[in-house]
Write a protein that binds this ligand. Structure first.
Ligand SMILES: Cc1ncc(C[n+]2csc(CCOP(=O)(O)OP(=O)(O)O)c2C)c(N)n1
Ligand SMILES: [Mg+2]
Length: 1028
């Protein structure tokens, strides 16, 4: 399918000047090429427009419909057709002979113009337009063929060894051959009217065929390949045609050219400097794609000119240091000192390698003289994982500055060719691009298409012709460009910025380039790509090519060019000297999302306390009223929903809340306090389990909705609740990015069932769990993961608590020192908080604590399913009043607590199984012999509270009970921690399901049998005798 890229025959170098010459002077072996200026073959026209032709049947074949249409229109109103048709039909009606009825339209020839002015039909003429119509249609088809497929013949590959061939794409070069349309060499000098769907004419409306072809070649087959004809919007297609077809449109002022050269100097010399100083360090240099830097700068300059003030960037390893230095303008010494392995880390956390760190910088854009803030989001090695995160952050920045149109904040995503084609998250991110609650109003994607991924060739790395085909799914135009042509790169970037500013849609710039070194600077590329690299070794760099061009044009002198180089080299050398003075590595200097005002000046929390998260009775009542009413007039809701709201009203009267109402109280109160709340995920608006109903739908009016949460108080913060597309990886990444932008928002992502979170595992493993440790960046995102063994089978039961718990950073073997602020300190030190609340009040408190805490940590909540409607899983207002707070552990409060000495067993558990245990204990009449304690906050582990509960029941044995299988759930996490707490004074027995491969059985009976068995174990006071 793809050409053999290492095949020697293909390895013909194509320099910029050769490529231009080839296009202009050595055309393809089709007839279109013959028309280009200076073509090697010339043709004598044997026929011209007005020449009589042999009698041909009128109105047959493909042209008949068209002519018929014209004829009927002319019959109705002669003015409704073009003058040429008017003259033709009048002549034909008057009996003009074949070839005479037609006369050239106005403007094509002077004679025709004169004839039309005279407007005198030639009596006796016969109609003869078939060939004429066919030829015009042929020319239209030819123009369209260039627009659709011209990019296939563009000279995109600087190496001239195109990684793609189109031999299996239906005859693209033939389709652009005039012969294919029944035209021949003799038609080249004939003048054809240009359709309105082309701009190649400039101010002319008709052109000779050979000029049409030449202009199409110039527009579509040089160093830019434009892929856009799949876009199903005529205005947008016209816009692009105009940008690339208009003759002479790609013009630059000498000033622009000099700036472009200076930027290419910086880009190139930066890599050369690093290579000289640290030749054996990995840096994933940009050599072979130095144009990336001027490309990004052009995008940013132009976007700034359109009003953009804030650009959020995401990118992989390739050229990252160069982007930091020359686009974001990080101080060079800060970059250089990263290469010094002896530097001490000043910040907490484990840090990250230099080509992953983020950055935030606000400065004046020198071209537009306007303020611009640039942030590069830190990312893991996992390619493309940062894409949705960047989008979420961008959306949040737009949201906070009221930029609903995306005029002030935008995102730019960079990609490698292999990753862009291979990673599913690219698609999942594109899919978000036009959804109301997720759109960032257009992202500019820049692909560093070096035609290789590590050692893997595109021929075996992708099934699509281009690495960018995924973008077609959202109708994003794709501008492929030969990255060795600096001006072509600058031009497509200008157009891309303008496209985004005009249409607020995604656009892709595909920089077709090469990779001068191996995958990293240590790798030997000749092992695997010998012929490609032989070619690369001969390749002149883009800087040299462009400098020579500008020197030849007289735009710069050689001396000026050399001075520019010396100037930048000196900047690098001086920064290098300064970098040696840096002794301490501050990862904080690499923060991509500072939260001004949230921390003290030295980045610490302003306090180490968390206030009560309770609410006044009045507030609870008020929010409860809103939650149980329809706050707009003339709005008809479903009868079933009326009953649900009525039920809520009754609960409020009874001063109780169920799960949904508890959540309502948390969200509503935070909104009233001015905190934005955003809940996103699949079907979250109603709630997968039909319990939430945050969006009411008028039963009589399509799309009329009401969100009562936004009717809480006049000065409340806005509430966003949005059903997402069916993606976990993309949407969770997005929400993480949203939460990154500000600490003053409660951002929640809910999985449909907790089981499905693992398709977003990379966001959890690479960002949420270690984000602060790697990048000194806090994040308060909340994951709501429905979890619980309800007999729903292996894929609707487990949110995999064991995995979250296994990634907690608290030490199982060390009893922490208990101080007054222990509970808050523990939170401050942890990497994330994992809870399984057994009642709505505790859920309410833990959500509010997320915002009232003086720092931010991710919160993982295993949420219930059957408890949503369980009559016992309700809370009283009393547990939510001022002075109340989240309970890390809920102690036994029943009969057992009244007589602790008589208690034989303490069962520790978490979540829903508590209700099964209570029911069973009651059924067995063991209320005073078995105490049950609920660990609500699993991590950080409530060592202090577990200890006091243990100490209370001195004569009891200890059981950990869970409904999950033994190798899953919480057991492996809690067991060593309980043992540390009680100093191994007693065994910690296990009551729960046996180890298993799957999280749950698909068989209801087996499910119930398993439940019965572990309840028997939990309450069998002799159950562990044999194990003593
Ligand atoms: C998700 C993921 N899988 C695998 C890797 C390992 N890896 C690092 S770079 C690379 C090749 C990337 O190729 P490309 O996207 O074309 O970027 P280039 O290095 O060529 O600029 C691979 C496979 C990774 N970093 N992330
Ligand atoms: Mg690559």
């Amino acid at each position: 399918m793809h050409r053999l890229r290492t095949c020697a025959a293909r390895l013909r170098p194509l320099t910029a000047s050769q490529a231009a010459a080839q296009t202009a002077g050595q055309p393809r072996t089709n007839m279109a090429a013959a028309a280009t200026t200076g073509g090697t073959r010339t043709f004598q026209p044997i026929r011209c427009y007005t020449a009589p032709v042999a009698s041909e049947p009128f109105l047959n074949g493909t042209s008949s419909n068209y002519v018929e249409e014209m004829y009927f229109a002319w019959m109705e109103d002669p003015k409704s057709v073009h003058k040429s048709w008017d003259v033709f039909f009048r002549n034909a009606n008057a009996g003009a002979p074949p070839g005479v009825a037609y006369q050239s339209p106005l403007g094509l020839t002077a004679a025709a113009g004169a004839a039309l002015h005279q407007g005198s039909p030639m009596v006796g003429a016969q109609p003869n337009v078939e060939k004429l119509v066919e030829d015009h249609l042929a020319v239209q088809s030819l123009i369209r063929a260039y627009q659709v497929m011209g990019h296939h013949n563009a000279h995109l590959d600087p190496l001239g060894i195109n990684s793609v061939n189109f031999e299996d794409v239906p005859a693209c070069s033939e389709i652009m051959d005039v012969g294919f349309y029944g035209l021949n060499e003799s038609d080249l000098d004939k003048v054809f009217r240009l359709p309105t769907t082309t701009f190649i004419g400039g101010s002319e409306t008709a052109l000779p065929l050979k000029d049409i072809i030449q202009r199409l070649e110039m527009a579509y087959c040089q160093h830019i390949g434009v892929e856009f004809m799949f876009i199903n919007d005529l205005e947008q297609c016209q816009w692009i045609r105009q940008k690339f077809e208009t003759p002479g449109i790609m013009q630059f002022t000498p000033e622009e050219k000099r700036t472009l050269l200076a930027r290419t100097v910086r880009s190139t010399r930066f890599e050369e400097f690093l290579q000289r100083k640290w030749s054996s360090e990995k840096r994933f240099g940009l050599e072979g794609c130095e144009s990336l830097i001027p490309a990004l700068k052009t995008l940013i300059d132009n976007s700034s000119a359109y009003g953009v003030e804030n650009v959020i960037l995401g990118m992989p390893h390739r050229g990252r240091l160069n982007v930091l230095a020359n686009v974001i303008r990080k101080e060079l010494e800060q970059i250089f000192c990263q290469f010094d392995s002896k530097m001490e880390a000043a910040d907490e956390g484990s840090g990250d390698v230099k080509y992953h760190l983020g950055m935030y910088h606000r400065r004046i854009n020198r071209v537009t003289d306007r303020n611009i803030t640039l942030s590069l989001v830190a990312n893991p090695s996992h390619l493309e994982a940062v894409d949705p995160v960047v989008q979420g952050k961008c959306k949040a920045e737009q949201f906070y500055c009221g930029d609903t149109e995306g005029n002030r904040v935008m995102s730019i995503l960079m990609h490698g060719d292999a990753a862009f084609a291979g990673q599913g998250i690219v698609y999942e991110t594109f899919v978000l691009s036009d959804l109301p609650s997720y759109t960032t109003q257009g992202t500019v994607h820049v692909v560093v298409n070096n035609q290789i991924g590590f050692t893997t060739d595109p021929r075996v790395a992708r099934s699509s012709p281009y690495p960018t085909d995924v973008a077609r799914v959202v109708n994003a135009p794709i501008f492929h460009v030969n990255a060795d042509d600096a001006e072509a790169v600058m031009y497509v970037c200008k157009v891309a910025a303008e496209w985004r500013a005009t249409f607020h849609k995604d656009v892709v710039v595909d920089l077709v380039c090469y990779r001068r070194m191996g995958h990293n600077e240590m790798d030997e590329p000749m092992f695997t790509q010998p012929l490609m690299y032989k070619q690369i070794k001969k390749q002149k760099g883009v800087l040299l090519k462009y400098a020579e061009k500008l020197i030849a044009e007289g735009v710069v002198t050689r001396q000026e060019y050399e001075e520019e180089i010396a100037k930048y080299d000196k900047i690098c050398e001086e920064a290098y000297t300064r970098s040696k003075d840096e002794k301490i590595l501050h990862i904080k200097h690499w923060l991509d999302s500072p939260w001004p005002g949230f921390f003290t000046l030295d980045g610490q929390p302003k306090s180490m306390t968390c206030p009560s998260t309770g609410l006044s009775e009045e507030d609870l009542n008020h929010i409860g009223q809103v939650a149980s009413s329809v706050p707009v007039d003339d709005f008809t809701i479903h009868g079933g929903l009326s009953r649900i709201l009525k039920g809520r009203g009754t609960m409020v009267q009874n001063r109780t809340v169920d799960w949904a109402l508890g959540e309502y109280m948390a969200f509503g109160s935070l909104l009233r306090e001015g905190t934005h709340v955003r809940l996103s995920g699949q079907d979250v608006e109603r709630g997968t389990f039909s319990h939430r109903h945050h969006v009411l739908h008028d039963q009589n009016v399509d799309k009329r909705i009401c969100i009562p949460m936004n009717h809480m108080s006049p000065d409340q913060a806005p509430y966003t609740v949005c059903n997402s597309c069916l993606s976990e990886y993309g949407v969770l990444g997005f929400e993480l990015g949203f939460a990154m932008a500000s600490p003053n928002a409660l951002v929640l992502w809910e999985a449909q069932f907790g089981d499905f979170h693992n398709t977003a595992q990379c966001i959890i493993d690479q960002f949420i769990c270690p984000g602060q440790a790697k990048w000194v960046r806090q994040n308060g995102i909340v994951l709501l993961l429905p979890h619980g063994m309800e007999g729903m089978g292996p894929e609707h039961s487990s949110a995999r608590p064991e995995r979250f718990l296994q990634m907690c950073n608290d030490d199982p073997d060390v009893m922490p020192t208990m101080k007054e602020d222990f509970a808050v300190r523990q939170l401050f030190d942890c990497n994330w908080i994992v809870v399984n609340c057994s009642n709505p009040a505790n859920f309410f408190h833990v959500l509010r604590r997320q915002i009232h805490a003086p720092f931010r940590k991710p919160l993982i909540v295993f949420t219930p399913k059957s408890l949503l409607r369980h009559p016992d899983a309700r809370s009283s207002f009393d547990d939510m009043l001022p002075g109340t707070e989240f309970k890390r552990l809920i102690v036994e409060e029943g009969a057992a607590a009244g007589n602790p000495q008589g208690v034989k067993r303490v069962i520790f558990c978490t979540g829903k199984v508590y209700y099964e245990l209570v029911k069973e204990r009651k059924a067995r009449g063991m209320e005073d012999t078995v105490a049950i304690a609920r660990i609500e906050q699993l991590s950080p582990f409530p060592f202090d509270l577990v200890r006091s509960e243990f100490e209370k029941y001195a004569n009891a044995d200890l059981v950990w009970c869970q409904e999950e299988h033994k190798n899953q759930g919480y057991y492996d996490y809690v067991k060593p921690r309980i043992r540390t707490t009680i100093e191994r004074a007693k065994p910690v027995w296990y009551a729960g399901r046996d180890p298993a491969a799957a999280p749950a059985t698909g068989n209801k009976n087996t499910h119930l049998t398993e439940l019965r068995r572990f309840l028997d174990t939990a309450f069998g006071l002799d159950a562990f005798k044999d194990q003593q």
